[in-house]
Design a protein around this ligand. Structure first.
Ligand code: PRP
Length: 212
């Protein structure tokens, strides 16, 4: 039975493909995709779709893809979705952080604070766990801008190199969680195609260890 794997495009794309290549998979068609959207592996009986991170979960959740590779950040934000998280690829590593301008004195502020983020669920859960009253403002990109122009008191965002925060004078106040690329599996596929999926997971596990 052939498999379909949903890959997250963008930030994780190249790292995921390198991992698949290390595991012995043929990703040339994905590397040279042009406008094609369903891309066959050139070695194994499976194909890939390249999608946005939230869509990766949606396709796996509904069984349109058997497996998916997606960041832990997206998984944490979409906790309600239905899938098995099976493997940490230990690539695409970054972390969720809380940041603000130094003068904001975020954790000392009395009353409700305003937080800008692409991850409202994660941000809300974090501040609730600190018993802080928070208003979340959803920002879709360049979240670092929002405290600079006075829209919010601080942000919850992902930090990879830290250079965007640094370039904008923002200070990391806390780390919320470590993030890396994870392999998720559709629950019905896991029952019906266990052997094929286990083989992919084992191949990837070997690549992860090789990469360590
Ligand atoms: C992410 C994140 C930060 C930046 C962090 O944004 O939201 O803005 O990367 O990376 P750094 O620590 O290496 O500077 P992304 O590039 O995905 O784009 P976006 O801001 O448009 O969402």
């Amino acid at each position: 039975m052939s498999l379909r794997i949903a890959l997250t495009k963008g930030r994780l794309e190249d790292k995921t493909l390198s991992m698949l290549e290390m595991a012995g998979y043929g990703t040339e068609k994905v590397r040279n995709k042009g406008r094609a959207l369903v891309l066959p592996d050139t070695v194994h009986d499976l194909d890939y779709i390249l999608v946005k991170s939230n869509d990766c979960i949606t396709y796996v959740d509904h069984g349109a893809a058997d497996l998916g590779v997606v960041g832990k950040d997206t998984l944490m934000e979409n906790e309600a979705a239905n899938y098995y998280e099976m493997l940490d690829l230990r690539t695409g590593c970054c972390c969720f952080i809380v940041a603000a301008l130094p003068q904001a004195d975020l954790f000392a502020k009395k009353g409700r604070i305003r937080i800008g983020t692409k991850y409202p669920h994660v941000a809300k859960a974090y501040f609730l766990s600190r018993n802080m009253d928070v208003e979340i403002i959803k920002i879709d990109g360049s979240v670092e801008l929002s405290p600079l122009i006075g829209l919010v008191d601080g942000i919850v965002d992902i930090m990879e190199t830290g250079s965007t925060l640094k370039a904008n004078g923002l200070q990391v106040l806390d780390t919320v969680a470590d993030i890396s690329a994870r392999v998720i599996v559709n629950k019905a596929s896991w029952k019906l195609k266990k052997e094929e999926i286990t083989k992919v997971l084992d191949d990837l596990k070997r690549a992860v260890n090789q990469n360590a």
